[in-house]
Design a protein around this ligand. Sequence first.
Ligand code: LMR
Length: 341
Amino acid sequence: SITSFLRSTILFNTKLKYLKNYQKKYIHIALIGAASKTGKNTALLLKQNNHISKLHLYDDNTSVLGLGLELSHIPGGPIVTAFCEDQSLPDAIRNAHLVLMVSRIPRKLGNTREQMLATNALPVQRLCKAVSNINPEAFLAFTTNPINSIVPFASALLFKYNACSPCKIFGITHIDTARARALLAKTLNVNPRSINVPVIGGHSDDTIIPLFSNISPSHYRVKPCQADTLTRLVKKCGTEVLNYKLGNDSAVLVLAWSINEFVEKIIQALYGGCVVVNCYATNPHYGTRFFSGPTKVGSHGIIDTCINFQMSYFESKLLERAVPIIHRDVARGEEHVNVVE
Ligand code: LMR
């Protein structure tokens, strides 16, 4: 019929526009905390992405200048420029489509992520101030812990500075989906890249909720006892890595890999595609204001947040327990604005 012909023509033109844009290569990314271990590994992965035209590296540590120089010796990929010291932060983020904040002091052995708020909040505040002055339109993504509080903290600060676009602020939680997929693939003996597991809630041992009842493709199934074991494993992956590293550091490589996976998807969104990322962001559906899970993103930011998963009894009990904790973490983040301002 005419209608279906018109519909398919429109769809085809939209796809064509997306493809044309995708071939263009104009994405500009600012990586804050680039001289940290996570920053360096992330920078190396981003340098290999031909859809990025400019990669700005910022760190307070002067070694970022050496990192920038070294990366500029790798042929191809984005043009890399390094920035150091407070006064160059505005130049580092100017015109960036995506500002990625990966700096953080890793937690100590025996500590929880929540205990890192006061330690990690100041660089976040400095970045938010700069973003609000220089580039309020940018997508802003954090892996700084505690994500459950840092994202609400950053949002509240930006709100205070009259520069808050809630649909453009993300806590990257691809690390949790990466872990869930890797562990599940081992159990099922399948390729981890061919499966997906939504992980909802927040990013802390008590709030990470992998939904093994919602594996896709849906013909993959695990028994309830396997799901329980996998869930417990995924929840404590970060703490386990910290213990194995004897408290000298938390996870670095899997984090960099996950940030890169998130960035690849965001680039597609910025080019006009519609993608699903796993992130902790504004979400009104669970009574906590912020919530993590599969989130639909387009070129102007978040389009749709996750809602209404069919859950097992075990998962719904985990959710019941996680909601008040996330609620508390959100409040802590928002209240921390009064401590720093
Ligand atoms: C992780 O999950 O590995 C990170 O949040 C780092 C940490 O402190 O556990």
